[in-house]
Design a protein around this ligand. Structure first.
Ligand code: UD2
Length: 311
């Protein structure tokens, strides 16, 4: 049994991870300001295994006290402004949340010589931008096109650098486009599949930005959680960065078609020009994490069916 600190633990990926950990018999401490996450995502978890702090990770003093006064085996840093488009509107706030708040955590651990088995940071496919090959290896060109991408890359580098300079045990992963149950669909900045799902359920309009030919590697949340736990528990991952994806990309137009087939109805599409800072094509080479034994279990069809079935 291990004790995990999850920032953003009431959010989409964090709450799904918390559920898996609780089922495994672990204990979980969640820090979440509920800006995108919600208590409804975690209120069915065994309260004896879960502690929730409704706090912002930008409260440096709170985070310092939390880390100094408790023992955590693992840190999973998911708390973030989780949207490229949102970061374009709020670059300064994004920087405080996505970068400075995490750097504070790393520095508290360094200064107080806190012993943690491993610190995991969720970076993003956004760091690759439009440069380099379409299928991104971890060593591919970095071409951040938005404040979100800049902060994800900066924080990932800080973490790995703290690992090398100060001996912290670290690992970072570049999540591609994660989808599944508990993804909040209620903001224009939510993940596109949650927005499409909501529009299909409610028969409302979907705003399509660009021509729909942009491609993404959509990865189901349960696959992501297995990958995160593998990276945390494998001793060979220390101070490394890994892509987490399926290795298969698909256009937005194509994914809409699959969704329509699953629902048996048409999506009402309203077309808009492409969003600022948006990446055109995003594809993943996942051979690095595959060498550790990771294999995605959900194709896009299987993932969408599981997502819909879980509602
Ligand atoms: C980025 C990252 C992803 C993750 C995510 C933050 C890339 C390639 N991926 O995802 O890894 O970090 O940020 O959670 O950078 N769209 C619409 N209508 C909508 C919403 C979105 O057309 O209502 C489009 C959007 O313009 C984009 C695509 O759908 O082309 C996917 O958008 P998204 O916000 O779901 O995720 P994205 O690709 O910015």
């Amino acid at each position: 049994m291990a004790n995990y600190l999850i920032t953003g633990g009431a959010g989409f990926i964090g709450s799904n991870l918390a559920q898996v950990l609780v089922e495994n018999g672990d204990t979980v401490v969640i820090v979440d300001d509920l800006s995108m996450g919600s208590l409804a995502n975690i209120n069915k978890l065994n309260p004896e295994q879960v502690t929730v702090y409704q706090k912002s990770i930008t409260d440096h003093d709170f985070m310092r006290k939390l880390l100094v006064n408790n023992h955590f085996d693992y840190l999973v840093l998911l708390g973030a402004v989780a949207s490229v488009a949102d970061s374009v509107v709020r670059p300064i706030e994004t920087h405080a949340i996505n970068c400075e708040a995490n750097l504070n955590v790393f520095d508290v651990i360094r200064k107080h010589q806190i012993n943690i088995k491993k610190i995991f940071f969720a970076s993003s496919a956004a760091v690759y931008g439009n440069g380099g090959p379409t299928t991104k290896q971890e060593t591919s060109l970095i071409d951040p096109l938005s404040p979100y991408a800049i902060d994800k890359f900066t924080t990932e580098r800080y973490l790995l650098n703290y690992g090398k300079l100060y001996g912290l045990n670290t690992v970072a992963a570049r999540f591609f486009n994660v989808y599944g149950p508990k993804q909040n669909p209620n903001s224009p900045y939510s993940g596109v599949l949650s927005i499409i799902n909501k529009a299909l359920t409610e028969d409302s309009e979907f705003a399509l930005f660009g021509d729909g030919e942009q491609t993404r590697d959509f990865v189901y949340v349960q696959d992501v959680i297995r990958a995160v736990l593998l990276l945390l528990h494998n001793s060979n991952t220390n101070n490394n960065v890994y892509n987490i994806a399926t290795g298969k990309s698909i256009s937005l137009n194509k994914v809409i078609e699959i969704f329509e087939n699953v629902y048996g109805k048409h999506l009402k599409i309203v077309r808009h020009s492409a969003r600022k800072g948006d990446v055109k094509d995003s594809g993943a080479d996942i051979s690095k994490i595959q060498k550790l034994g990771f294999q995605p279990e959900y194709s896009i069809q299987e993932g969408l069916s599981a997502y819909i079935a879980a509602q």
